[in-house]
Each structure stands twice: as structure tokens, then as C-alpha cells.
Design a protein. Structure first.
Length: 398
């Protein structure tokens, strides 16, 4: 690596760099720096040898929003990015004598003819044990004598009953690296205080997202939901929910309605979007013939709502009563969520009620990791409220 390409590294990078086991599991809290360290490590490996690298998540939309974007942005930051080295059709980047391949594992069969020196499973809890075993067999690329082929997993420890916790981390051929918010010196004081405040309301969420410990909760807000491959064919209606963010993600969820059933699909989940950026995203996501469908958005941002309305979208402020909104979503019966909605699924799996000092469950959710869920709640609650008001108006007329 040349002097130009040197970069500062932290403890997590160093431990992964020194790891000698074939499987390395990075278990960490929210924003602990594990993904950043992994991207640094793979870039360094690619620069210093001729290697084949795989970066994967369960779905391609999720991969492009996270690890793919992180690596490209890091290459740009270090002055290493060349646009002609990025193949957007086949999703790979050529770095030095190495190739970084990005792919989803929604169909494990498509990687059976591939071989790699290093594989990164980002958000590893999305995968199945069989996915892991298939990827393990792909660590078959020829290697230089001083290197070993390795598979790296990064994850938040949300479920102590997951296959990673039950089947993997106790094996002698597996190395586990723990991290927490304390390993990331670049977190804002505000974000750290948010993490620490979880201890008051939800010990499980605090241990998972602040301390990086395995979690188990019996206070989950939503339990009646299931994942599906695709939304309804020929829905009767479609609506949208939008939660604004900048440092936190902006989340856009599309809700399909048919026969009084609801199916949610995450369409956008991204930080750093200005209102101008967001309008461009909306134009690319929502086709012209669907722009008459209502977007229910966070009513706390009236200026942003007005700007989006002037850009040609049918956007309205959403109902903001949190408890009523949750009850409205729960009243849908079994909610369906598309499997591609990885952030929405991750949020709903851990969304829980607050408890008091005596452990009694309160009728208020823990306000953390809920951006896509807020968008979902805005859409369903506001839509149902409007339908109810319209029904009452009809009755009064007759």
C-alpha cells in the first residue's frame, strides 16, 4: 500500500486482520464500526495481493444500500476509485490485481460455480445456516502461501436463538470479535446518549444495540406478521408512508391493500438525504401514473411536505398518535412484509414496549431503530382514519 493509500484503523480492524480462523464472526452493537472496519480490511487485502473477494447480503437492494455503497464511498475517500473499474451490470469492482464481487444470496444456487479468497456476509442474521455452508464451500480460490481464505460475518446480536448463536460461535474453528459503541470514537454525543437511554426503558435493546450482547425479548410490539416473496397481484389500492431523516435514515414504505389485507414493501432507507435529494429519489421510485396515490408523511416537517407537494406528489401530513397508530397496524391481522424489505424486517423483529423500573410493560414503544416502522404506521393509520371518517360522513348524509 502506498503512502497515499494509508488510512487510520481501529481495534476491530486489527483483530480481524490478525484473525487466523477460517470463520470470523463480528458481533457488535449499533454503529460499533464493525462494517467500516470490514470494508477497510477488504480494500487493504485487495491492494496488497491478487485476491477474489465476495461481499453479500440476502437481497441486492439491501446490499446496494449498505456494504456496496460503503466500499465505493471508502474507495473515493482514499483516492482509489476509478469509474471504469466498476462494472454496474455484473456488480464488481477491480482494485489493483483483485476483484471485489457484490451479489445477493436470495438464490444460493447462483454462487455454486464461484470461488473466493474472502467472503463478507453483511447482516449475517438475514442468512440461513444453509446459506453459510454454501458460501463456506466457495472459499476455494488459489491463495498466496502466507494467506488463508476466510469468511467474515457482521451482525447485531438481536436473537439468542439464531443459528449463529446456537450452531456457530462456539466451534473451535470460529473466532468471535465483539464490539460496541465504545469502539467507534466518531459517534456524536447525541447518538451515544440515545443508546445509553435505552437502559432506562428496555434492557434487552440496551444490551443488543449499545453493548453488542445477544438479545431476547418478550415485549415485542408486533408479532402477527410474516415475510412473503412479493406483494399482491392487482392490489385494490396502494399508499405510501414516509419518515423524514438526515442523520437517521429517510424511510419510504409502499403498502399494498387487497381484500382488507395489507402488504408492506420497503422502497427507500437512506441517510444523508436533503429534501432535493429526496425529491429526486421519489421521482425515480414512484412512476408518473402512481403519483396520485397518497404519501402519508411525518407531520412534524411541514416545509418538507410542502416542497414535495409542489414537486408533483400527492403528499399529506400523517396522523401522529403513536399508540393509536400501533393499534391500527396491529388491527390489520397478519401483516405481510416482502422479503426484500430487510430494514423494515430488522426493525419489526426488535421493536418493543418500554418497561418501568419494576419491569412492568408500558404502553409506549422504545424510540430506537424504528424509521421504516414509523413510515409504515403513518401509512396504515392515516389511511384507516380517512376511511373511517369517510364512512361516518356517508352515514350522516343518509
Amino acid at each position: 500500500m502506498t503512502a497515499k493509500n494509508k488510512f487510520k484503523v481501529g481495534r476491530i480492524f486489527k483483530e480481524n486482520f490478525k484473525a487466523k480462523k477460517q470463520t470470523v464472526v463480528n458481533i457488535g452493537g449499533a454503529r460499533s464500526g464493525k462494517s467500516y472496519a470490514m470494508a477497510q480490511l477488504l480494500i487493504m487485502r485487495a491492494l496488497n495481493a491478487s485476491v477474489l473477494i465476495a461481499v453479500t447480503r440476502k437481497t441486492m437492494p439491501a446490499l446496494k444500500m449498505t456494504a456496496f455503497r460503503l466500499i465505493i464511498e471508502m474507495l473515493q475517500k482514499y483516492g482509489l476509485f476509478q469509474s471504469d473499474k466498476l462494472n454496474k451490470t455484473e456488480n464488481f469492482y477491480l482494485l489493483g490485481k483483485s476483484r471485489i464481487q457484490f451479489f445477493s444470496l436470495d438464490d444460493p444456487e447462483k454462487v455454486k460455480s464461484s470461488e473466493f479468497n474472502y467472503i463478507w456476509m453483511e447482516e449475517a442474521t438475514e442468512f440461513t445456516y444453509r446459506d453459510y455452508l454454501i458460501l463456506l464451500t466457495r472459499l476455494s480460490a488459489p491463495k498466496e502461501s502466507n494467506l488463508i481464505n476466510q469468511i467474515f460475518l457482521t451482525l447485531n446480536p438481536t436473537d439468542a436463538n439464531s443459528w449463529i448463536a446456537k450452531k456457530l460461535i462456539h466451534r473451535p474453528e470460529v473466532q468471535v470479535i465483539h464490539s460496541s459503541y465504545k469502539d467507534n470514537p466518531f459517534l456524536s454525543e447525541e447518538y451515544v446518549n440515545t443508546l445509553l437511554s435505552l437502559k432506562t426503558y428496555d434492557k434487552n435493546a440496551f444490551e443488543v444495540y449499545a453493548l453488542g450482547k445477544w438479545g431476547r425479548s418478550d415485549k415485542t410490539v408486533y408479532s402477527a406478521w410474516r415475510s412473503v416473496d412479493a406483494p399482491f397481484d392487482s392490489p385494490e389500492e396502494t399508499i405510501w408512508g414516509l419518515d423524514f431523516g438526515f442523520n437517521n435514515p429517510t424511510a419510504l414504505v409502499k403498502v399494498y391493500i387487497k381484500d382488507n389485507s395489507f402488504c408492506a414493501e420497503e422502497k427507500l432507507y437512506r441517510t444523508g438525504l436533503t429534501n432535493e435529494n429526496l425529491i429526486e429519489e421519489l421521482k425515480s421510485i414512484i412512476p408518473h401514473n402512481e403519483r396520485g396515490n397518497v404519501i402519508y408523511a411525518d407531520s412534524a416537517e411541514p416545509a418538507r411536505i410542502e416542497a414535495i407537494y409542489r414537486a408533483g406528489f400527492n403528499i399529506k401530513p400523517a396522523g401522529k398518535n403513536i399508540l393509536n397508530g400501533i393499534m391500527s397496524v396491529k388491527s390489520c391481522g397478519e401483516l405481510m412484509i416482502t422479503k426484500s424489505s430487510v430494514n423494515l424486517i430488522k426493525e419489526i423483529e426488535t421493536y418493543s414496549w418500554k418497561t418501568d423500573l419494576n419491569g412492568n410493560i408500558l404502553e409506549e414503544p422504545v424510540k430506537f431503530n424504528d424509521h421504516a416502522l414509523d413510515a409504515l404506521r403513518y401509512a396504515i393509520y392515516s389511511y384507516k382514519k380517512e376511511m373511517q371518517n369517510a364512512g361516518q360522513a356517508s352515514l350522516s348524509f343518509f
